[in-house]
Design a protein around this ligand. Structure first.
Ligand code: DGJ
Length: 379
């Protein structure tokens, strides 16, 4: 009898262990650890999402527990419910070749993947800093794969739109910008310096070699055209640049957004025909107050509005910095703001903050803090 009881207890214990291992998450708890299927905190920071054939793919920076450089590459996870994520491994691996653009020890940030309907390829763009050069290179990297989980093949890195002026710059604007010299504006933040930035002081400096490209996102519009949005001009000005049909190059058409406004971490979405962009200020890993812009056309004009964050800690964007906005499949208005709560002591342990975007009666997006929420609440 005693033996029977012990046996029943053992079987019950095994069933419990197995069910805990396969326990599925049902609620999003911003700021808490987010375990993947194996119980490891998801290591995909500065990430972005792709939906393909019934599955979501989450790409992000695989960050080490200590240090700031990229030792592994871009990680990819998959999920069919946006809650429970399977680690699919390294989508784009660092190179072991010395001097390679993505040599181990470079910095790869904010990867975004889009699928090209014409070529059927998955295209990744990411912010790349060359090994040992801090944040001076300010380049974008391109990689491509036949599968959403990779392996992605690194194609090249560059600074966008070398030799090109913004689409909305007239001949007169170009002549004026070309006359501006950095040596005449040694002191930053003066009214004269601000005016010179607006007129293209750094833009003109960078036209020959291409615009600087740091924090970034990628957006595909309803017509299938894709755009790369990135912090240019020493992080002072955003650029929105059109990509070629294969998504692997630039058409040469681009506009500047908020010149001199110091915007990082661009995220973008379209709701009821209006384009909304939510960005951050530039304070390194420390949080700051988000900014918001709206436009009727991607080419602008972009109107700046107050931060969409409301409530306690809104001035610090709830201690987050945005990375991507996506709409949950099958919902009407179920937009989700994806952000990072950076932990510079251990970037690997930075938290993922996902919050639903609400809309005021006039369509203005609002982001409120919630401790716990369900994707099933989205309409
Ligand atoms: C802020 C950016 O948004 C991050 O992606 C990262 O580049 C840090 N700066 C580095 O300080």
């Amino acid at each position: 009898m005693k033996l029977k009881r012990i046996l029943i207890f053992c079987v019950w214990g095994l069933v419990m262990v197995a069910s805990v291992g396969a326990q599925s998450l049902e609620r999003i708890t911003p700021g808490q650890e987010w375990p993947d299927r194996k119980g490891e905190h998801i290591n995909a920071h500065g990430g972005g999402l792709l939906f393909h054939e019934g599955k979501y793919y989450w790409y992000g920076e695989n960050r080490p527990a200590r240090g700031f450089t990229t030792e592994v590459g871009v990680e990819v996870y998959s999920s069919s419910d946006l809650m429970n994520w399977e680690d699919e491994g390294v989508a784009l691996a660092v190179s072991e070749e010395a001097g390679h653009d993505i040599e181990r020890g470079c910095i790869m940030e904010r990867p975004k993947v889009i699928r090209n309907p014409k070529t059927g390829k998955f295209v990744m763009l990411f912010h790349l800093e060359l090994k040992g050069k801090g944040y001076a290179a300010a380049r974008v990297g391109f990689a491509e794969s036949d599968s959403p989980v990779g392996p992605f093949r690194f194609i090249r890195s560059l600074r966008p739109n070398a030799g090109k002026w913004p689409t909305d710059f007239s001949r007169r604007d170009i002549r004026k910008a070309k006359k501006l010299k950095e040596a005449d504006y040694k002191e930053w933040w003066t009214p004269e310096w601000r005016e010179a930035i607006r007129e293209g002081l750094l833009l003109a400096r960078d036209v020959p070699g291409g615009q600087m490209s740091r924090d970034m996102t990628v957006y595909v519009d309803d017509d299938g055209k894709a755009y790369h949005i990135y912090s240019a001009e020493e992080n002072l000005t955003l650029n929105l640049a059109e990509l070629t049909d294969d998504y692997l190059d630039y058409t040469g058409r681009y506009v500047r957004i908020a010149p001199g406004g110091q915007n990082e971490a661009p995220t973008i979405f379209k709701h009821d025909g209006v384009y909304w962009m939510i960005t951050s200020g530039c304070t390194g890993w420390a949080p700051n107050e988000a900014r918001m812009f709206k436009a009727a056309s991607l080419w602008g004009p972009w109107e700046q509005l107050p931060s969409p964050f409301v409530g306690k800690d809104a001035k610090k964007s709830f201690h987050t910095q945005g990375t991507y906005i996506f709409k949950v499949e099958g919902t009407e208005d179920g937009f989700v703001f994806m952000a990072d709560r950076w932990n510079p002591q251990s970037l690997k342990n930075s938290r993922h903050i996902w919050l639903p975007i609400d809309f005021e009666a006039d369509g203005t997006p609002v982001i409120r803090w919630v401790d716990s929420w369900s994707l099933k609440d989205l309409k």
